[in-house]
Design a binder for this molecule. Structure first.
Ligand SMILES: Nc1nc2c(ncn2[C@@H]2O[C@H](COP(=O)(O)OP(=O)(O)O)[C@@H](O)[C@H]2O)c(=O)[nH]1
Ligand SMILES: [Mg+2]
Length: 448
């Protein structure tokens, strides 16, 4: 990884292919400046300046643009980079890319700009992964968390844990190699130190579940018998009239899905009311089958019944189907009841789809039901790859701790420490295989 690599100059469109105010073509590599000079009306580009220019193809005017030159190492990739900001039309952007490619660049692969930034040590692997997270964040909270990792919050923490372990490892090695000159590290010191490191690693891991949920989102299905207010709740949560609401039982015959940002991305699913009745037709029957399936696939079920009608035998039948899944029981249409209301269980919420306060309360209840930690309190977000590295690190440290407690030979402790360090180095990308890199960067978009 430390070999200085000769890279070809690459180029790609960095903005989405669509119609917009501005489109950006990015060029990175040794030939960036040369290419930019060839295709523009400039004869000199000073890094840090912005140039107004025309892009020319054999003297034909292609577009009026801004050119932003960056000199290595002060660029996104660490190489010479030129950005061309042109008018944001699909064909303008494509034309300019073609001219850039014709003049000596090759088309960038997925994530190749960020991969180069990583290989040139502009960022560690956790920051490179944060770039992708930030771009693909399904919610605004997750984007904010990803930006924290991009700024190096996770990288710094790992660096800190690593440097402590590295120092101990060096002292152990010195004690082993030069027993006459260097005193063996005290076992009590090792025990204390390993315990602290394990705690720190576990602290990062304690946010793993929240990280996963924030990254993937959750499915929430609204289930209940016909006419209890499922579609009304669906619309109220989304704050729009998406599902048809009527007082005719069997109105919703299909499964309707929409995404809701509750910090976690919620796929909200409205289902056909489940009922057993000889009058139901084939379409409704299929709808009911879908409802049951959706309920089974959901991470959380909002189970509704009509407070005015009470918890009927039919409600009970449906409740039996879903009760093993995480769920919230909602007694709806509470506005129709004068006086106090005693719900079916103590943790049932008395509800009305007409009350905005109740809707907000329910939103909070949904997130607290699926996440142990509030999104604001999430210190570290990690992905599966990083979690695996951290688990391996913690396991090796546990072994080192056990050995230190038993005052075993420090050669043995050294081996465990080495594997703890390796796990951390794999997390940051200090040690990395091409396969891992391909795996990470192949998920990126072209132009990033
Ligand atoms: N009073 C009152 N009526 C409601 C409430 N929620 C839904 N409804 C009414 O109940 C009927 C059935 O609602 P709908 O959402 O279509 O029920 P679904 O069949 O379970 O999807 C409609 O006439 C709604 O206006 C509520 O909280 N209070
Ligand atoms: Mg409905």
């Amino acid at each position: 990884m430390n070999i200085i690599q000769e890279f070809e100059t690459i180029a790609a469109i960095s903005t989405p292919l669509g119609t917009g105010g501005v489109g950006v073509i990015r060029i990175s590599g040794d030939k960036s400046f040369e290419i930019a000079l060839k295709i523009s009306d400039k004869d000199n580009l000073t890094p840090g300046k912005i140039y107004h220019s025309w892009i020319l193809d054999d003297n034909k005017k292609i577009d009026e643009v801004l050119i932003l030159p960056f000199k290595s190492p002060n660029s996104y990739t660490g190489e010479d980079v030129v950005e061309i900001h042109c008018h944001g039309g699909i064909n303008v952007v494509k034309n300019i890319l073609d001219i850039v490619l014709k003049n000596g660049a090759r088309m960038a692969e997925r994530g190749e700009f960020t991969k180069r930034a990583f290989l040139n040590k502009k960022m560690d692997l956790s920051q490179a992964e944060a770039v992708d997270d930030l771009i693909h964040a399904k919610t605004s909270d997750f984007a904010i968390q990803s930006a924290k990792n991009l700024s190096g919050v996770l990288a710094q923490k790992i660096k800190q844990i690593r440097s402590n372990l590295f120092e101990i490892t060096s002292r152990i090695v010195a004690g082993i190699d030069f027993p006459e000159d260097v005193a063996q590290v005290e076992y009590s010191y090792l025990v204390e130190n390993f315990e602290k490191s394990i705690q720190e690693v576990n602290r990062i891991l304690s946010f793993a579940k929240t990280s996963d949920i924030m990254r993937q989102g959750i499915k929430v299905a609204i289930v209940g018998r016909p006419n209890v207010g499922k579609s009304s709740l669906f619309n109220a949560l989304l704050n729009l009239d998406r599902a048809i609401v009527t007082n005719i039982a069997g109105t919703t015959r299909d499964v309707i899905k929409e995404t809701l940002d509750l910090g976690v991305a919620v796929t909200l699913i409205d289902t056909a009311g489940i009922r057993e009745n000889e009058n139901i037709d084939k379409v409704e029957e299929i709808g009911i089958e879908y409802s049951k399936q959706s309920a089974m696939e959901a991470d959380l079920i909002l189970f509704l019944y009509d407070a005015l009608e009470g918890f009927t035998d039919e409600d009970k039948v449906i409740y039996e189907i879903i009760k093993h899944k995480p769920h919230i029981i909602i007694a709806n249409k509470i506005d129709l009841i004068a006086g106090d209301y005693a719900p079916v269980t103590s943790n049932t919420i008395s509800f009305s789809t007409l009350s905005t306060d109740k809707i907000e309360e329910l939103k909070e209840k949904i997130t607290s039901k699926v996440c142990d930690v509030s999104f604001d309190d999430t210190e570290f977000i990690t992905n599966k790859r990083q979690q695996t590295c951290l688990l391996r690190c913690a396991e090796s440290l546990e072994n080192a701790l056990k050995a230190a407690k038993k005052e075993e030979l420090q050669d043995m402790i050294y081996i465990d420490l080495k594997s703890a360090l390796l796990a951390l180095d794999e997390l940051t990308g200090e040690v990395v295989t091409d396969e891992i890199l391909d795996n990470i960067f192949n998920h990126f978009c072209i132009g990033k």
